[in-house]
Design a binder for this molecule. Sequence first.
Ligand code: COA
Length: 158
Amino acid sequence: MNYSIKYKEHLNWLHEHHIELELSWTKVAIDDHFKNKRALNIFTIEKKTLGMILGHFLYEDQKSIEYEILHLAVLNKHRGKGVGFLLLSELEKQLRSIKNSVKIYLEVSAENKFAIKLYEKLGYKAYNERKNYYRSKSINAPHTQDAILFAKSLNVIK
Ligand SMILES: CC(C)(COP(=O)(O)OP(=O)(O)OC[C@H]1O[C@@H](n2cnc3c(N)ncnc32)[C@H](O)[C@@H]1OP(=O)(O)O)[C@@H](O)C(=O)NCCC(=O)NCCS
C-alpha cells in the first residue's frame, strides 16, 4: 500500500467519489480544503485510490502539534479489510515524524459503529459528546444523531 497526495488527481477523485465516501462538503469546501496550507491529507493507493483522511493542524508550538481528522473514508467495496486502520496508522507515523508530542482530535456519529470500533482499537478515547449534533436533511425522515468526540495523544512528553 502506498500513501501520497497528488494534488490534481486526488482532488478529482474526491469530487468523483464524495457521495460514496459520505463526505457532506460542497464542491467549494473540498477545493478550499485542498488549498489550505494547514491541511494534511493522506490517500491510500493500491493500483487505484481506495480511501483517504482529510484533516488539518489546529495548533502548533515548539514542542507539540494538535491535528484534527475532518473525515476518514474508504470506498464501499474496500471496507472491512483494514484500509481504515492502515490510513490512521500512516497518519500517526507522519505526525510523529513532525513533532515529539502530538494530539489528534476527531468527532464521529454515535451510530457509526464501524468507525468507533476502529478508533477504539487504535487507542482513541472518547472525551465528550454533543447531543443531537448531526441533523438529517430529509424532510420525510427527520432524525438526529449524537456526536462523540475522541482524542489520542502520541509521544507524550512528561
Ligand atoms: C469508517 C471506515 C472509514 C472504516 O474503514 P475500514 O477500512 O472499513 O476499516 P477497517 O477495516 O480498518 O476496520 C474497521 C473495523 O470495523 C469492521 N468493519 C468496517 N467496515 C465493515 C463493513 N462494511 N462490514 C463489516 N465489518 C466492517 C472491520 O472488520 C474492523 O473491525 P475488526 O478490527 O474487529 O475487524 C469506513 O467504514 C467508511 O469509509 N465509512 C464511511 C465514512 C465514515 O463513516 N467515516 C467516519 C467518519 S469519522
